[in-house]
Design a protein around this ligand. Structure first.
Ligand code: GLY
Ligand code: MN
Ligand code: MN
Length: 439
């Protein structure tokens, strides 16, 4: 994304802060985490920090001071210093010069000067936008600075007296996706589509779940995705009923379904897709019955998706179709209205239908505003992911459906006229899935 886009985001953030007086925001980059001994986990920048800066380095801090009618907001970055020795090991660093030259900061300092410079940046501000509780070491530095400033007690300067969570503003901004963000999400969706299609073509009995996991990662990476948006779920047979199952070493058995919940991340934007397919290429009768039911529920949910609709309303639609089907098949006792009120469907459908999607797979943004389910608006992106999971021990209908787990999940952009399914290219109907699985 271009530098001007990050500048526009900072402007929007600063303007929203300024609406309530003189403010300053302090956001820390994500920390690095040790995995074991001296090996670190792969680094991924904090989404809020990246959204505002486009900078993917640790040990960095952003400070944004609101402007006035006459003056623009000021953007200060603290970054790691250039270091020939360290850069031989870890690669180039942006450094103070790059923070100004490349990242457009009005001022930049080495991170070692943070304690010295922060008081000057907090001065004459009434409100500090800082997310307390996320990183205790960072809290200590910020709160310690505030305390020392108060102690100095100079009558001529103001020390911020209010600390507010920057996410109140930032997450509202992140919730509505711009054209540039939607383009990245479309690319993530395309790459994810390749991964799912490849698995349908290659996932056959005898193949281990971890092999499919490896294929997903290799497909995503080959197309330029930096990483998975979340740990891929590849559940064969009864493992499909474990909601957060991770790819394991079980081998796919004959006649089984494989549930794959996997999405690539591209340019820091997530996709989140589930498909369930028959390993030998054709659904058995009971598998097909449940699959079609989940698909019908998803279609009903999609039909209900438009500006003004709510995630709660979409969930209710889904629950109604699923419950009608469960009663019809004999898995849940009717009548349907009672089964819904008493939540009998929850034995088979125990999760929600949708969540926000964006930089984070479970993206930021309030689901309720003033106690009411928030109406969808064009530019918001949600998942629609109904499923049914029949435990292997379930003896209903003489065990006809025991051990079948199915979920179908797509990424849905809300548009003026309704919605655009970003992941519609991935085979989904019974006929499409069977064709994609033909070996
Ligand atoms: N993959 C996580 C989810 O579907 O919400
Ligand atoms: Mn999801
Ligand atoms: Mn998912």
């Amino acid at each position: 994304m271009s530098l001007s886009l990050y500048a526009a985001r900072r402007r929007a953030f600063a303007e929203a802060m300024a609406a309530k007086g003189r403010a300053v925001a302090v956001l820390f980059a994500a920390r690095t985490f040790l995995r074991n001994n001296d090996v670190e986990h792969d680094y991924r920048q904090d989404s809020d920090f990246f959204w505002l800066t486009g900078l993917d380095e640790p040990d960095s801090v952003l400070v944004l001071r609101t402007g006035t009618e006459e003056t623009a907001a000021s953007y200060t970055l603290f970054v790691r210093p250039r270091d020939k020795e360290r850069e031989i090991w870890d690669g180039p660093r942006t450094g103070v010069e790059g923070a100004v030259g490349t990242h457009g900061a009005d001022a930049a300092y080495e991170i070692g000067r943070f304690a010295e410079e922060l008081p000057k940046l907090l001065e004459d501000r009434d409100r500090l936008h800082y997310r307390l509780g996320k990183d205790r070491a960072a809290d200590d530095r910020v709160l310690g600075t505030l305390d020392r400033m108060r102690g100095r007690g100079r009558a001529t300067t103001t020390t911020p007296s209010e600390i507010v969570d920057p996410s109140v503003i930032l997450h509202e901004l992140r919730l509505r996706k711009s054209a540039e963000e939607i383009a990245l999400m479309r690319r993530a969706a395309e790459i994810t589509a390749e991964g799912h299609a490849t698995l349908m073509a290659t996932g056959r009995p005898g193949v281990a779940e971890y092999e499919l996991d490896a294929t997903l990662l290799s497909t995503f990476r080959r197309h330029g995705s930096e990483r998975v948006a979340y740990a891929s779920i590849v559940g064969s047979g009864p493992n499909a009923c474990i909601l957060h199952y991770r790819a394991g070493n079980r081998r796919i058995g004959a006649g089984e379904l494989v549930l794959v919940d996997a999405g690539s991340e591209y340019g820091y934007y997530a996709s989140d897709v589930t498909r369930t397919f028959p390993a030998d290429g054709t659904f058995s009768e009971p598998q097909r019955e449940l699959y079609q039911l989940v698909l019908d529920a998803q279609e009903a949910a999609l039909a209900a998706t438009k500006p003004g609709a709510t995630i709660d309303g979409i969930h209710k639609e889904t629950v109604r179709v699923l419950t009608e089907g469960l009663v019809r098949l004999g898995l849940v006792e009717g009548p349907v209205d009672d089964a819904i009120v008493e939540e009998r469907y929850k034995a088979y459908y125990m999760h929600r239908t949708s969540h926000w999607l964006g930089m984070d797979v479970h993206d930021v943004g309030l689901y309720y505003v003033d106690g009411h389910a928030r109406p969808l608006e064009p530019g918001m992106v949600i998942t629609i992911e109904p499923g049914l999971y029949v435990s292997p021990e379930d003896r209903k209908c003489a065990g006809r459906y025991a051990g079948i787990g199915i979920r179908i999940e797509d990424d849905i952009l809300v548009t003026e006229g309704g919605y655009d399914n970003l992941t519609k290219a991935i085979p989904k109907t019974v006929a499409e899935v069977e064709a994609a699985c033909a070996k």
